[in-house]
Ligand binder design. Sequence first.
Ligand code: SF4
Length: 418
Amino acid sequence: MELDARTWPGLASSMLLSAPWKKEDCDAYRARGGYAHGMARNGERDLLRILRDAGLRGRGGAAFPTATKLEAVVKAASHTRPYVVANGGEGEPFSFKDRYLMRYRPHMVLDGLTACADFLDAERAFVFTCDELAAESMREALREREPRVPVFVHLSEHAYVAGEESAVVDRLSGGLGLPTDKPPRPFEHGVHGRPTAVLNVDTLAQVALLTSASEDSSQQASFLASVASITGRPTLYELPAGLSLQELAEDFGGDRSAFTATVIGGFFGGLVPGTSDFVLDFAPDPRSDTAIGCASFYFVDRDLDCPIGVAADIGLYLSRRNARQCGPCVRGTSSAAKALQSITRGAFTDATLDDLARWSTILPGRGACGVPDGLARLLRCLLADFTAELHEHARRPCPRCEDLRTSGRREARFHIPV
Ligand code: SF4
């Protein structure tokens, strides 16, 4: 990976190894306390209690409580044996933490996967990824240590929505890998119709940590975050829960005021101003319209980048990469992308503002996946916190947007070399 890796100062690292880009083999993982099935001391049924006590929420984007998801599968699987999926689809362009785990710490992912499979008495388990190196690493790990439950590694084509859980279920069931309408949700009708627990690979790594023999309950909870900007070297961080976005900005950019905005949680979590007091926590904040999602952070450089330009390019990306199967999403993302692009060229009227406001209210819930909701949230953020910048674009063409257009760096923002 052409990335930096950094553990937050003073934090005892549990996810990032001291040589982060060297693959951990089975012996090394065992030596760190892995595969010890610490929870077996109290019986595997205690897994739910362990996960609940830790407050573990999904790390793929939705932040759904992991114990609740497993419990739902148990209830739905009263007459059949369920399946469990390690979801490493990771379609968000700003996120690279899942690929790190699968490529370099595959046994940690498998440990969490088999702990959940044992708990559910799953008949099969799957590893789903769109990354060739990750698939090979996971297969090699399975050759090193074959778990009790049969595990199948599925390598799929990369697509923005490929990692959405119903799309994963669709692909593993032999479909095209497109999001499907809910209900039913995978926990009740998943792969080949079986109740299926679809869990992000980072979530499973957390399960492995929480159930390992070396887990020290006094140890500070941490999480992986993917951090990037137009100039800074993309960095995989291990961070303590509860850190502020301002502290992260200062560490990454050397100066809190270096950035005018941050795109949070992939393209779904929202856009916040540089002065935001956002706290990095997976528990949703009911007072906030932004969410940590997959814990990716794209900082918008004050001198070289533009929050309106970034939002416009996210709109364009979503309009081009949506799965083209839900009318409101296809039409809404296309119209919003055109309006946002025109703003970056200085074409902006009050009617444009009205259109953005209208799309921000009518798009949520209008698709089989969260793409329309993500775009609506982005528009709400623009209208709430960036109206001055929007009007500034109407007064005179934005030099940063213009420079990005002509320099070719604009596309590079969404292509992080991993
Ligand atoms: S909402 Fe959009 S991206 Fe999601 S499935 Fe429908 S068309 Fe595809």
